[in-house]
Ligand binder design. Structure first.
Ligand SMILES: [Zn+2]
Length: 249
């Protein structure tokens, strides 16, 4: 496909659009319509098609345009997101989940998920959606939104906890015996992503066998990740189809 071949380019855009819609529904900041965001991305991609070199898949290129646009809009929309979670890192790590199944059920409802995601900080939201939802690697995310890989993991952890808390809909209850749980929870992320050394893994395993509070949190986090990655891409609306048609005119 050459950049000047408008018909091919449009066909590829059409093929990539359902996935872009799914991503936009999750990445759109509060106050931004997901379809408006997709239309904006399609128009930008079309206008910039001469600069598309074809060394990455067109879908990947489109996703990058979307992510950067969503982060920009999110930064501007922050004052609108009245419920942005202001818990400190220390408070977040103490978040309790009483009913993990409820958290996962709510995440499976696209509207509830979108509302909860829209209350996350824009870069945290992008990292979570791309890593857990779209299967990007931490280094791909880091490169796309111009942060370090270490910062990507940090944002991922924070975003997973915040999303869990948003979906749990329960006020954060500080855990009563905090010290061991905190140690375990600091290692939890690497435990979930299978990046722990042997002794630390054993420590977390044995803590999880004894602790009544941490297993429900893990269950919620694992369920959320699975829900984010398995939802099908939605059908493209008539409005977006019409917008795609108009690109070539
Ligand atoms: Zn614990």
């Amino acid at each position: 496909m050459t950049p000047t071949d408008g018909a091919d380019f449009k066909r590829e855009l059409e093929r990539a659009t359902p996935r872009v819609v799914r991503m936009a529904q999750r990445l759109a900041p509060a106050g931004t319509d997901a379809e408006d965001l997709v239309q904006d991305v399609l128009e930008r991609a079309w206008a910039a098609r001469a600069s598309f070199r074809g060394d990455a898949a067109l879908a990947t290129w489109l996703h990058r345009i979307l992510v950067n646009r969503a982060v920009d809009l999110g930064a501007r929309a922050l004052p609108l997101a009245l419920h942005v979670d202001l818990l400190s890192e220390a408070q977040l790590i103490d978040v309790e989940v009483e009913d993990p199944e409820r958290v996962v059920d709510r995440a499976a409802d696209a509207e509830l998920l979108r509302a909860a995601l829209s209350r996350l900080e824009p870069m945290d939201r992008s990292v979570l959606v791309l890593y857990d939802g779209e299967g990007w690697s931490a280094s791909e995310i880091a490169e796309t939104i111009a942060i370090s890989t270490a910062a990507t993991y940090k944002r991922l952890q924070r975003a997973r906890l915040r999303l869990t808390r948003e979906l749990a809909g329960e006020p954060p209850q500080p855990v009563s015996d905090t010290s061991v749980c905190r140690q375990a929870r600091v290692a939890l992320w690497d435990y979930l992503d299978d990046r722990l050394d042997g002794p630390t893994r054993q420590f977390v395993d044995s803590h999880l066998r004894d602790c009544p509070r941490c297993p429900p949190l893990i269950q919620a986090l694992v369920g959320l990740r699975s829900t984010l990655s398995s939802s099908p891409a939605p059908a493209v609306s008539a409005r977006l189809k019409a917008a795609l048609e108009q690109l070539v005119e």
